[in-house]
Design a protein around this ligand. Structure first.
Ligand SMILES: C[C@H](O)CC(=O)SCCNC(=O)CCNC(=O)[C@H](O)C(C)(C)COP(=O)(O)OP(=O)(O)OC[C@H]1O[C@@H](n2cnc3c(N)ncnc32)[C@H](O)[C@@H]1OP(=O)(O)O
Length: 731
C-alpha cells in the first residue's frame, strides 16, 4: 500500500505526521488507501501510543494541503436520492472527535498553503504555526461547493463572523501575517523554525503553558445571536446582488447560520448534509471543469512536454502606446517586468505613459495599490523613440494599428535591431501572423500575443502560432503569461482566432432578433440574467471602447471570411452614421449622462424601425414572439455551432480551451462551464434540431455546421469533435 501519510515520533514525545501526496497533498477520501484514511489511522495510532505526548501535522514539499481532491469531487455522480460523494471515512467526525477533541493536542505546521479542506484540517488542530508567506483560505465557492470539513463553523469562531463570511464569499486567501493578526493562526515562524516551533507549541499545550483550544467550542469572537443573524442576512442580501443563478453562496450562509445558532457541531452536520447535494449540481460541475481546463491550457503537446526550458523574461519592448499598448505595458510592469514603450514622437510617447499612469491610478483609487507603489511601478517604464534601443529586450510586443504593411515594416526593423533570441510578438487581432513576418528571416520567433482590452485587467492571452513558429517561442510566451498572471490559450491562425471567432454569431444573432421585432433592451436584460456581464447591445459599446472602427471593420472581415453564415443587421451602421458611438459620444443604443450607467434612449425606436425596414424580415409589421428561454437559445446556439467548427478545424488544442476562451475572453458564466461544456450539457441533439428549425425559418445564419451534424449522427459529445477532426474540413 502506497504510504501518503507517515509518522515519526521524536525523543521529545512529539509525533510528526507528514502528508505526502504530490502535487498538493490533497485530502483524498475515496478509498481505504486514500490520504484521509491514512491520516485517521496515524492520528489514532499517535493518540494510543504511550511514547507520544503531542502531535504535529505538516505537509511535504513545501505545501501543507490544497484541500479535498477536486478530481474525486468532480467524478461524484447522483445515484437515486444519494450521491457517490467520497467520504470513505466521515471527515467531519474525524476532525471533530479525533483531532480537535482527541486526548493529545494537535498542532498544524503550515508551509506554502492551507486551502479548503487543508485549512479546515489546520483549524480543527488545537493550534497553528505558519511560515511568513503562507496562504490560508477557503476557496470552495470557486468550485460551486461549500467548506465541508467544519470550515463554516470554525472560521467565524477564530476570526469573527464578518471576516469569516468575507473570506468565504470572496474565496481569497490571506497571508500568514494577516492570519496571525486576525487570530486564525497562533504563530509565524521561519521555514527552518516551523516544525521546531510547532513541536514546542504542542508540548506547551500539554504542560498548560499554552491554552488547549478547541475551535468549535470558542465563543469569544462571536457576538450575540441576534447580531450574528443580522450579519448573515446582510451577507445574503449582498450575495443576491453578486451571485446569479447559483445556489452555493446561500447554502454556505445557511451552514454558517446553523453553526452560530445551534452550535459548532450542528454546523458541521449541516455541511455534511449540504455538500453531497451541491457537488453534483450543474454549478459545481461547471466550475470544477473550468478549474481543470484552466490548468490544462498551460500544457501544449509537442511544446511544453519536450523538456526544454522557457527563457526568462526581464525586459519587454511594447511598440505603440495606444489603448492596447499602454494596457499591455501596464500588465507587464504590474508583474515587475521592465518595459520600453516605443512611440513615433515624444508627444505620443507622453500620451502613452500618461495612459499607463491612469491605469495605475485607477488601482490606487480602488485601494489595490499605494501611491508609493504606483511611483515604483511606473518607474519600470522607459519611453523610447528608436528601434535601436530594443537591442537588449527579451520580447517585443507590437501593438500598433491593424495595417499590414506598417506591421511588416516594423517586424523587418525589429529583426535588424533586436537580439537573435528575442521573441517578436504581435498583438494583432485580425492579421495572419505568417503575413506579418513575410519580409523577415525570423518567422520561427514571430508569434501572435492577442491581449483583450483592457489588457491589464482581462485575464486571457491568445497565443497565435503560425506554421513556422517554433515551439520555443510558444513556450516562452506561455511562460510570460504565467508571470503576468494570464491564462494562455494557444490557437492556430484563423479569422477571429478563438474568442472573436466563436462569438461573432453572438452579436449577429442579437442583431437578427432585433430585425425580427425584439427589443434590444429586453435582449440585454435576458442575456444578463443568463449570466453574461452585460447584454450584447451594452457590450457593443465596449467594442466601441477599443475603437468603433475596429468593430465595424471586423464585421466586414467576418462577412468576407464566413460569407454563408454571417448576418449583418443595418442597425449598428445606422447608429454609427449619426455618431452614436456609445459611451464615447454619450449615446449609442443607450444614452449616458456623464456616467457609465446606461439609460434608455427613447429615440432608439426610430433606428429600430429603419433597421427592420431594411431587413424586410417582418413585412406585415408583426414582431415575432419568443420566450426568454428561446432568446437565450437563439443567441447562444449559433455560438456553440461556430465553436464546433473551430474545434474541427483544430483552432485550439482541446475543447476545454474554447471553454476558457469564452469564460475569460467574453465573460461567459464560469458556472456554466464554458460554451462547449454548456452545449454538451444542453444536449447536441436539441441544439441541432433547433438550429435546423430556425435555419428553415430565418435563413442560413442558423444552419447547423457539419461538425455538429456529425457529432449528432456519430453520437459523440461536442467536446470530442477535436478527436474526430477531419483535416481540411471547412464545412
Ligand atoms: C471538503 C472541502 O471543504 C472541499 C475542498 O477542500 S475543495 C478544494 C479547495 N481547494 C482549492 O480550491 C485549491 C485549489 N488549488 C489551487 O488553488 C492551486 O492549485 C494551488 C494554490 C493549491 C497551487 O497553485 P499552483 O502552485 O499554481 O499549482 P497549480 O498548477 O494550480 O496546481 C498544481 C497541480 O495540482 C492540482 N491541484 C491543485 N489543487 C488540487 C486539489 N485540491 N485537488 C486535486 N488537484 C489539485 C492541479 O490540478 C495541478 O495539477 P496538474 O499539475 O496535473 O495540472
Amino acid at each position: 500500500m502506497e504510504r501518503v501519510v507517515t509518522m515519526e515520533v521524536g525523543d521529545d514525545g512529539v509525533a510528526l505526521v507528514t502528508l505526502n501526496k504530490p502535487p498538493v497533498n490533497s485530502l483524498d477520501n475515496s478509498s481505504p488507501n486514500s490520504l484521509m484514511a491514512q491520516l485517521k489511522e496515524m492520528i489514532t495510532e499517535a493518540h494510543s501510543r504511550p511514547d507520544v505526548k503531542a502531535i504535529v501535522i505538516q505537509g511535504a514539499n513545501g505545501k501543507f494541503s490544497g484541500g479535498a481532491d477536486i478530481g474525486s469531487l468532480q467524478s461524484v455522480k447522483k445515484e437515486g436520492q444519494s450521491t457517490t460523494y467520497p467520504h470513505y471515512i466521515r471527515g467531519s467526525s474525524f476532525f471533530n472527535h479525533i483531532i480537535e477533541e482527541g486526548p493529545k493536542p494537535v498542532v498544524a505546521a503550515i508551509d506554502g498553503f492551507a486551502l479548503g479542506g487543508g485549512l479546515e484540517l489546520a483549524m480543527a488542530s488545537n493550534a497553528r504555526v505558519a511560515v511568513p508567506k503562507a496562504q490560508l483560505g477557503l476557496p470552495e465557492l470557486t468550485l460551486g461547493i461549500i467548506p465541508g470539513l467544519g470550515g463554516t463553523a470554525r472560521l467565524p469562531r477564530l476570526v469573527g463572523l464578518k471576516m469569516a463570511i468575507d473570506m468565504m464569499l470572496s474565496s481569497k486567501p490571506i497571508s500568514s501575517e494577516d492570519a496571525k493578526e486576525a487570530g486564525l493562526i497562533d504563530a509565524v515562524a521561519s521555514l527552518e523554525e516551523l516544525v521546531p516551533v510547532a513541536r514546542r507549541w504542542a508540548l506547551d499545550i500539554v504542560s498548560g503553558k499554552h491554552p488547549w483550544r478547541r475551535s468549535l467550542a470558542l465563543t469569544d469572537r462571536l457576538g450575540s445571536k441576534e447580531e450574528s443573524v443580522g450579519l448573515i442576512n446582510q451577507a445574503r442580501a449582498m450575495a443576491k446582488k453578486s451571485y446569479r443563478n447559483v445556489p452555493h453562496p446561500f447554502s454556505m450562509l445557511d451552514a454558517v447560520e446553523e453553526g452560530i445558532t445551534n452550535g459548532g457541531h450542528a454546523g458541521t452536520l449541516k455541511e455534511e448534509e449540504i455538500s453531497p447535494l451541491l457537488v453534483v449540481s450543474p454549478t459545481a460541475k461547471g466550475l470544477m471543469h473550468i478549474f481543470f481546463a484552466q490548468r490544462s491550457a498551460f500544457k501544449i503537446p509537442g511544446v511544453t512536454d519536450k523538456g526544454s526550458k522557457a527563457h526568462t523574461v526581464k525586459k519587454v519592448a511594447v511598440i505603440g502606446g495606444g489603448l492596447m499598448g499602454s494596457g499591455i505595458a501596464t500588465a507587464l510592469i504590474l508583474s515587475g517586468i521592465k518595459v520600453y514603450l516605443k512611440e513615433i514622437n515624444s508627444e505620443f510617447l507622453q500620451a502613452g505613459i500618461q495612459r499607463i499612469e491612469e491605469n495605475l491610478k485607477s488601482r490606487v483609487a480602488k485601494g489595490g495599490m499605494t501611491q508609493a507603489k504606483l511611483q515604483k511601478t511606473l518607474g519600470l517604464v522607459k519611453g523610447i523613440l528608436d528601434y535601436e534601443d530594443c537591442n537588449d529586450v527579451d520580447i517585443v510586443i507590437e501593438a500598433v494599428v491593424e495595417d499590414i504593411s506598417l506591421k511588416q515594416r516594423i517586424f523587418a526593423d525589429l529583426e535588424k535591431y533586436c537580439k537573435p533570441t528575442c521573441l517578436l510578438a504581435s498583438n494583432t487581432s485580425t492579421i495572419d501572423i505568417g503575413v506579418i513576418g513575410a519580409n523577415t528571416k525570423s518567422q520561427d520567433r514571430i508569434i501572435g500575443a492577442h491581449f483583450f482590452s483592457p489588457a491589464h485587467v482581462m485575464p486571457l492571452l491568445e497565443i497565435v502560432r503560425a506554421e513556422q513558429t517554433s515551439s520555443q517561442a510558444i513556450q516562452d510566451l506561455i511562460e510570460l503569461a504565467k508571470v503576468i498572471r494570464k491564462v494562455p490559450i494557444v490557437v492556430q491562425s484563423c479569422v477571429g482566432f478563438a474568442v472573436n471567432r466563436i462569438f461573432f454569431p453572438y452579436f449577429q444573432a442579437a442583431g437578427l432578433l432585433v430585425d425580427l421585432g425584439l427589443h434590444p433592451y429586453r435582449i440585454d436584460a435576458i442575456i444578463k440574467d443568463f449570466g453574461m456581464p452585460m447584454g450584447p447591445f451594452r457590450q457593443f459599446l465596449l467594442a466601441d471602447l477599443s475603437g468603433i472602427q475596429i468593430a465595424s471593420a471586423t464585421s466586414k472581415m467576418y462577412k468576407k471570411a464566413y460569407p454563408e453564415r454571417v448576418y449583418l443587421s443595418a442597425l449598428s451602421d445606422l447608429l454609427l452614421k449619426d455618431n452614436r458611438l456609445g459611451e464615447k459620444t454619450q449615446k449609442g443604443y443607450y444614452i449616458y449622462k456623464g456616467s457609465r450607467k446606461e439609460q434608455p434612449a427613447p429615440e432608439l425606436e426610430g433606428y429600430l424601425a429603419e433597421s427592420r425596414r431594411i431587413a424586410g424580415f417582418i413585412p406585415d409589421g408583426k414582431a415575432i414572439t419568443l420566450t426568454d428561454e428561446e432568446i437565450v437559445e437563439m443567441i447562444f446556439y449559433p455560438v456553440v455551432n461556430e465553436a464546433s467548427r473551430a474545434l474541427e478545424e483544430n483552432v485550439v488544442v482541446r475543447s476545454s480551451d474554447l471553454d476558457i476562451a469564452s469564460v475569460l475572453g467574453m465573460g461567459f458564466p464560469a458556472y456554466r462551464g464554458g460554451v462547449v461544456f454548456w452545449g454538451d450539457s444542453v444536449g447536441r441533439e436539441h441544439i441541432y434540431s433547433k438550429l435546423n428549425q430556425w435555419s428553415s425559418q430565418y435563413g442560413p445564419f442558423f444552419k447547423p455546421s457539419g461538425p455538429l451534424e456529425r457529432a449528432v449522427h456519430g453520437k459523440y459529445q461536442l467536446a470530442q469533435i477535436v478527436g474526430h477532426s477531419r483535416a481540411g474540413s471547412r464545412l
